[in-house]
Ligand binder design. Structure first.
Ligand SMILES: Cc1cc2nc3c(=O)[nH]c(=O)nc-3n(C[C@H](O)[C@H](O)[C@H](O)COP(=O)(O)OP(=O)(O)OC[C@H]3O[C@@H](n4cnc5c(N)ncnc54)[C@H](O)[C@@H]3O)c2cc1C
Length: 509
């Protein structure tokens, strides 16, 4: 490998997920040469899309929270996000349906929200305000303690100030217990606690701090990107290319070869080997340790806990259902038991709860005229020997479609003109997600902040990580931040400096 000045350092990013794209942009801004290799044919990873017969489906994320994180990235690149993406808040946020046929619609607008909450539980709006106030404190504590920070050791975290913030964040209790302090009606308790499922966590186990999720939705808003959330990676890829980042699709890294305490070479799926200066793995962190560099040691590997998975149906329909909003959640009779089944017993829940997105309600571009695109997510355990998806998928599909036909979508099956599905095995193979876990490593208290796998390997000094299973965590805003944290660290530690003038650049890959 020829010697290079620090300004010509090359970073190989493994994976074009949201985190990898955000990191690539920040590295390019800082003067690094960046190549992104992606095993699939398009950017986005879990935030990808399926296009079929005139229908567009977001594969994973459908809800964008805190778009300010992405806005900041565009601004740091000297651009405005609005020139790349049309992002707007939804109103209402979503509707939650209960097994008894009732529902509650959650609005950001306070007057409508007040009417809805009072209709379900008189007096509950005042208590919502108190809940909201508590969640605002959690938000401050979470952001300062767990999110926008590098953690190298527990010492970076342990202090009296941290302890104070953990108490303010109600980290010592669970989301369900915290919500029960404010609401009596079980429907409101469900409506204000199920958001932990965005992180693949049970509200009966998730630390109280995740009360910040409904807080964010009801104060900041639930956002949609015109064309679907897949427009986010498309826009990020466009920006990255403008900044000189190179992309290679349908190219997987199959092995990282170490030399001493550095990663020396990356072996690609075409059999070639390329020399590397710096590697930034956006591919799921545990998968990288298990498959690309078995010489490296991931602390506590055997005891790490993973989030749940999702059984997905993507349906192109030749009709539209006025009974459905853009975002809809359905709960079965036995809310608590279903979490026990998914997370502890690792079996399919007897009583299903599921989420349905019909983005065509707000965006006609995602379906042909007169039709609609329907995305169904059924929370299920991550891969386990107890569930054989070759047998389980078809009956589960029938259960969900029957339930929807009986509640809000009569004769649904007759209206399906195109259909795709993904089960935990599909998540595992499509994106190399360990155990097919949809959201990566759990964000339980013992796996956040300094207790989450770090964004740089302990032994191999030029191997970094970004994405859902490293710091700070999962979801679009957090993985975008993980890209920023990893890029900042690489720039600082690998001595990358912005070139004075555009010098001749040598690309390795
Ligand atoms: C069903 C579902 C619903 C979700 N809903 C929401 C939501 O509404 N809102 C929200 O904010 N978040 C949501 N999330 C979470 C969000 O999608 C993720 O946290 C985020 O997209 C993860 O991004 P990432 O960059 O960490 O990883 P990924 O998206 O997994 O990107 C990693 C990339 O690396 C590639 N790769 C893997 N191995 C290799 C290799 N060896 N060589 C080359 N490339 C490789 C993969 O193909 C992938 O493109 C959802 C997730 C799922 C699954």
């Amino acid at each position: 490998m020829k010697s290079k000045s620090s300004s010509s350092r090359h970073v190989l990013v493994i994976g074009a997920g949201i985190a990898g794209l955000c990191a690539a942009i920040r590295l390019a801004i800082s003067g690094a040469q960046v190549t992104v290799v992606e095993k699939n044919s398009e950017p986005g990873g879990r935030c990808g899309r399926i296009a079929a017969d005139g229908f567009h489906f977001d594969i994973g994320p459908t809800i964008l929270l805190v778009p300010a994180v992405l806005e900041e990235l565009f601004r740091d690149a000297g651009r405005e996000m609005r020139d790349y993406l049309t992002v707007h808040p939804l109103s209402p946020n979503y509707r939650v349906h209960f097994e008894d046929g009732t529902h509650v619609t959650l609005w950001r607008e306070r007057e409508q929200l007040r009417e809805e909450l009072e209709r379900i539980e008189p007096g509950s709006y005042q208590r919502f305000l108190a809940f909201n106030q508590g969640a605002s404190q959690m938000m401050d504590a979470a952001m300062s303690r767990f999110v926008v920070q590098h953690f190298d050791s527990v010492r970076d975290f342990a202090s009296l100030a941290t302890l104070r913030d953990l108490v303010r964040a109600r980290a010592y209790t669970t989301v369900s217990r915290n919500v029960a302090r404010y609401f009596t009606d079980p429907r409101l308790r469900m409506a204000f606690s199920y958001q932990t499922m965005y992180l693949g966590l049970s509200p009966y186990f998730a630390p109280g701090i995740y009360g910040l999720l409904p807080y964010t939705e009801l104060n900041d808003g639930v956002f949609y990107v015109q064309g679907g959330l897949y427009e986010i990676p498309r826009a990020l890829e466009k920006l990255a290319r403008e900044l000189g980042v190179t992309f290679r699709y349908e190219t997987a890294v199959t092995r990282l070869r170490p030399k001493g305490t550095r990663v020396d070479e990356a072996v690609l799926s075409d059999g070639s080997a390329v020399r590397v200066d710096v590697v930034l793995a956006n591919a799921d962190l545990p998968w990288v340790y298990d498959h690309l560099l078995p010489e490296a040691k991931l602390a506590r590997r055997e005891s790490l806990r993973f989030t749940s998975s999702g059984f997905m149906l993507y349906l192109g329909l030749n009709t539209q259902y006025e009974t459905l909003l853009h975002h809809n959640t359905f709960f079965g009779a036995n809310f608590r038991a279903s979490f026990q089944e998914i997370f502890n017993d690792k079996v399919l829940p007897k009583d299903l709860h599921y989420y349905v997105a019909t983005p065509s309600v707000s965006d006609p571009s995602v379906a042909p005229p007169g039709g609609s695109s329907m995305y169904i997510l059924v929370p299920v355990p991550h891969q386990t020997h107890k569930i054989d998806w070759a047998r389980a998928a078809a009956p589960l599909r029938e259960r969900v479609l029957s339930a929807l036909e009986q509640s809000v979508a009569p004769r649904l099956r007759e209206h399906i003109v195109t259909e795709r599905s993904i089960d935990p095995n599909g998540w595992a193979s499509r994106f190399n997600l360990t155990h097919g876990s949809a959201f990566g490593l759990s964000l339980t208290l013992d796996q956040v902040g300094p207790f989450r796998p770090k964004n740089r390997d302990e032994t191999f000094g030029n191997l970094y990580f970004c994405g859902a299973s490293t710091q700070p965590g999962t979801g679009i805003p957090l993985v975008a931040l993980s890209g920023r944290l990893a890029a900042e660290r690489i720039v600082q530690e690998q001595g990358i400096v912005r070139p004075v003038a555009s010098a001749t650049q040598s690309i390795h890959v």
